[in-house]
Write a protein that binds this ligand. Sequence first.
Ligand code: ATP
Length: 635
Amino acid sequence: MSVSLPGSLEALQRQLAGPEAIDFYFAREFSLAHGEGLEHIEVWFHCLLALSVAQRQGHTCLVLSEIAGQHWFYDSESEVKGYSFPELPLVQKAVELALAQLTTPNPLVLDNGRLYSRRFWNFEQEVARALAERCKPESFTDAQVTQVQKIWPLLFSALPDNSQDWQQVATAGSLGQRFSIINGGPGTGKTYTVTRLMLALQAAHANSLTIQLAAPTGKAAQRLTESVSASLQRIEGEAVEPLVARLPKEATTLHRLLGMSRYGVDCRRDAQNPLNCDVLIVDEVSMVDLALMARTVRALPVHARLVLVGDAEQLPAVESGNVLEALVGSEVHSSRVSAALKNHIARLCPHLPEMAVSPSEAAAILSDRVHTLRTSQRFSGALADVAAAIQAQQAEVAWEMMTKAGPTDWYGSLSLEGVAQLPLTMAVAEIKALAQASFNRLITARDLNTAMQNLNDCRWLTPLRRGQFGSQALNGQIEQALGLSARAGPAGHYAGRPVMVLENHYALGLFNGDVGLVWPDASGRLKAWFEVPQGGYRAFSLARLPKVETVFAMTVHKSQGSEFEQVVLLVPPAASRQAESLCSKELLYTGLTRARKGCLLLSDKTRFSQVIHTRHHRFSGLRDILLQNLAGTQE
Ligand SMILES: Nc1ncnc2c1ncn2[C@@H]1O[C@H](COP(=O)(O)OP(=O)(O)OP(=O)(O)O)[C@@H](O)[C@H]1O
């Protein structure tokens, strides 16, 4: 039976909630390309709409079984009735019929029940191929073992211990792998481990390796530079000195490393002009989107090792894909390894407890390369316990672990230990007192040093940028509540204004996400001050500053990679569609783990539980494609 599109696009737009003009345009272009008479064109049209919406939301593909038999694009509040997809066989048939009629090269791909734009399918194929190639067995000679063992006691404790040391396992494991992942929550010692891995790699390769350190943002690269340097200061011994001298002194952004044009997609570095390195270590990989990962592996020399470092529980990248989540998968909980890896670790680290062997060698190919660090070295107690309960989606347990915030918490300065809860409505009513308690120390500071020291005392975090509970409105309300709006000059600046940079400015060395403070210089002129890694501050004239905004409050997304003594974490009501799509378990986890000492959660129990049960899972075929590739390359 042939069905034509019902009515005009305008009429359709009124019947469906969610898709935007661009989605209708995309769906119309591809469905009308068939001309008249395509069977099930209506189903195909709605599949295309769903694909376009999914891609805008960061999925790399549309999983047909997720839409089949489901009611989509409705909004009961505004009485938009939406569309019911038929059962899977019909959806599948409609898609197959339509794709068979599209011209080659077909811009859309159906692969294993997943509908893709070809661009994303190509990216997934490219990343999977590059990683599978790097999963081929590597040799690690007795001579290398001897060299590494000489320096091991300078890196880690080489004394026998009954409990497993996952940092040592990760280092030893990664040494014999051309591709590995070092995964772990905040403060579990990822940088500590990576620093030691770099030294062990140099020891195993006669100090001949060129190692590159990179991160997806300028701020993350700067943090990595600082933590590697701090970590190196704690490693001493003649045997490691020449190795330390060969390590990179600075991390760079992936964009810089690849020579990406500012707005374009072109890279100076690619397969024809590869990077000059033997080892590439990428930190904060949860923020790396699929396209950037594809460009990274494309520019990596075939022989080069790739070490991905990050926390798979964090929010995914802003752009499409969730590479780290797809690669780590459920391996995060696996402690079993292949017999080959077990023997390799036993050979290098006979002092460690013996590893358990996985029942399936095939399943271990990928899980062997996911090294998860499990113990936070930075925080413990209620913060760590609530974070773990959130990870495990145990809403009731997490809620019971929190204390109830009372008025004494917002007198003086906020100084919570652990996690406290306060209903959002109560926080709104108390906003003035709460803002004062949060930023008291910052706004009453008498000198630049004190103000800078108090800059990261407290930060309000919210999932949203716009709307009543978005960071923009909150900053305005906080400034109002603290009486700062009245002090502001024409550009909104006042002494004590915390500001966040919104775009990279390479010439000034300021990066998107950097946070500084507006403060007068010796002559009384307002400047923007930013901390420098070597210690001290740099002042910038306000006129030269790239775009900035006030940052008493910021989005959870922007806070990734930063830490504050106290965090006030807002969970907005489900009133808006935007709030719904952004509030997830990953968001709560990321927001909460930004706190070093205390977190005040502004939410009620029902909403908290709702959010904890929402996963920010993204559709992707990367893992399956990689597993297929692995099955091929190991034969
Ligand atoms: N095995 C260890 N023994 C002693 N101190 C450690 C150990 N591992 C990590 N640390 C210390 O714990 C702190 C956190 O470690 P590190 O910065 O490496 O963690 P991370 O996982 O990279 O953290 P984040 O992702 O939150 O930046 C550092 O001060 C580090 O020196």
